[in-house]
Design a protein around this ligand. Structure first.
Ligand SMILES: [Zn+2]
Length: 162
C-alpha cells in the first residue's frame, strides 16, 4: 500500500528534504477532489529532524470557515492562527499549506503563486521558507506538487527515494 509509506521531496537550492508522513498522505487521500467537488485544503504541521530535513506529520482542514469553490479556496486567517498556536504548544511547527486541484498532475496557478507569496509575507512565523503542497487526484511522489515559498521565489521540489 503506497500511502502507508512516507514520500520524500528534495531541492538543492535551498538544500532541503521534505518528508510527508503517512498520516498526512492519508489525509490528502481522503480529500482528493473528484467529480464536482470544491477545493479542499488546510495547513501543514511538523518538526525538523535537522535544519535541512522537514518532517510533515500533520495535515489539517478544510475548516468550516473556509470559502470553498471549484477552482479556489480561501482560508480563514483567524481560524488558522488559532490552530497554529494550539499545535505549537504540542511541539508542532506550522510549515505551510495544502490544497487540492481536480487533476492528476497539479501545478500552481497564477493565483496560487500570488496567494503563496502574500501568505508568506503576511503571516507571523519564523520560517525561512513555507511549504505549499498541491494535491491532485493521485497521491504519489510524481503527482503531488511540493514547493517552498520564500520572500521572492516559489521553488518546486522533486520526489526522491531515500
Ligand atoms: Zn491551486
Amino acid at each position: 500500500m503506497f500511502h502507508l509509506q512516507k514520500l520524500n521531496f528534495r531541492s538543492d537550492l535551498p538544500k532541503v528534504t521534505v518528508s510527508l508522513l503517512p498520516e498526512v498522505l492519508k489525509h490528502f487521500e481522503s480529500n482528493v477532489q473528484t467529480g464536482n467537488s470544491t477545493e479542499s485544503g488546510g495547513q501543514l504541521f511538523g518538526t525538523f529532524a535537522s535544519p535541512h530535513n522537514v518532517l510533515v506529520s500533520l495535515a489539517t482542514g478544510p475548516q468550516k470557515k473556509y470559502h470553498r469553490f471549484r477552482n479556489f479556496l480561501r482560508l480563514d486567517l483567524e481560524t488558522d492562527q488559532k490552530e497554529i498556536n494550539q499545535f505549537f504548544k504540542q511541539g508542532f511547527h506550522y510549515l505551510g499549506d495544502w490544497h487540492t486541484h481536480p487533476v492528476s498532475n497539479p501545478t500552481p496557478s497564477v493565483r496560487d503563486r500570488n496567494t503563496s507569496k502574500s501568505r508568506f509575507a503576511k503571516s507571523e512565523h519564523e520560517l525561512t521558507a513555507m511549504l505549499m503542497v498541491i494535491v491532485g487526484t493521485t497521491i504519489t511522489s510524481e503527482n503531488l506538487w511540493v514547493g517552498l515559498q520564500n520572500k521572492t521565489t516559489l521553488v518546486e521540489l522533486s520526489g526522491v527515494r531515500i
